[in-house]
Design a protein around this ligand. Structure first.
Ligand code: R5P
Length: 282
């Protein structure tokens, strides 16, 4: 039985179809004092709870679903977190800070037997959970919405950490070069990009990253590529967080298109991770 959080209803439906398993009835409501109440009606030995956690509320909701399912006597709970919020807060960057990813992971480990993360910010995130945690790498599906006739395509990571993701997308697309820029973060929404020597003139460039959040990284990289004569510039990310004015920032920078997966349900969601998750869960 599949139990969906409010953030992943389309993905849960696609996964239920892929696995030929029923969707549990769920409901999401709020009391007048803003407290949340998520409910799930389950009667199963193995529950697959699937919920992304892009907001504080969605973390509470996932904890409630896990507890409700356990309370119903479910023997085995698998929790799938397609997009895990707070995962980027994985270190103490300045004195006095918590390791938010760690405390959240601990809480989400209490009422589950296993966790599955989809392309987390870093593989190290798995270490924070106290139950067996595995990663499903979904980035190859980002090749699906790309045009077939890209001109001399370059799959470019905005920093070295994202090179493996860019390479996976290139491999799935079937042709093209890969490269990476160097990125220095100046603030929450500003970065400095140092380009590589690769020629981009008249080439189609696919900028690939795990997340687009403020769009600062992709917008800065796009400006550099435009100055250097790139043709189409397409942004592809696993998790289209797209917060605040990200879309405007990216449009102003001159990006041609934005593609993301359904780990977050956005207008830019143009491909699904359901088959990859289903393969893992089957
Ligand atoms: C950072 O290491 C990530 O891989 C992304 O590059 C980053 O989170 C994107 O954030 P933004 O869109 O705010 O620049």
């Amino acid at each position: 039985m599949i139990i969906s959080g409010s953030t992943t209803q389309s993905l849960a439906t696609a996964l239920a179809t892929e696995l030929d398993r029923p969707l549990a009835p769920v409901s999401f409501s709020q009391f007048p004092d803003n407290e949340l109440l998520a409910t799930a009606q389950t009667n199963t030995d193995h529950a697959i709870i699937i919920a992304s956690t892009p907001t504080p509320e969605s973390h509470i909701e996932l904890l409630q679903l896990q507890d409700a399912v356990r309370e119903a006597g479910t023997e085995k709970i698998t929790t799938v977190i397609p997009y895990m919020g707070y995962a980027r807060q994985d270190s103490v960057f300045e004195d006095g800070q918590p390791i938010s990813a760690r405390i959240i992971a601990k809480a989400l480990s209490i009422e589950t037997d296993t966790i599955i993360l989809v392309t987390p910010h870093t593989p190290r995130t798995t270490d924070f959970f106290t139950v067996p945690t595995t990663i499903v790498n979904a980035e190859p599906v980002l090749a699906d919405p790309l045009p077939d006739n890209l001109t001399d395509p370059l799959f470019l990571a905005p920093d070295e950490n994202a090179l493996s993701i860019a390479t996976s997308v290139r491999d799935a697309y079937g042709t093209g070069e890969t490269d990476f820029f160097e990125k220095t973060r100046l603030s929450g929404n500003e970065v400095e990009i140092t380009p590589s020597d690769t020629t981009v003139t008249n080439r189609d460039v696919i900028l690939v990253d795990d997340i687009i959040a403020t769009g600062g990284t992709m917008a800065t990289a796009t400006r550099v590529l435009t100055e250097r004569g790139a043709n189409l510039i397409i942004a592809a990310c696993v998790h289209p967080v797209l917060t605040g004015a990200a879309r405007i920032n990216l449009a102003r920078a001159g990006i041609t298109a934005i593609h993301g997966t359904d780990t977050l349900e956005r207008q830019e969601t143009s491909t699904t991770v359901a088959p990859v998750l289903a393969d893992h869960l089957a």
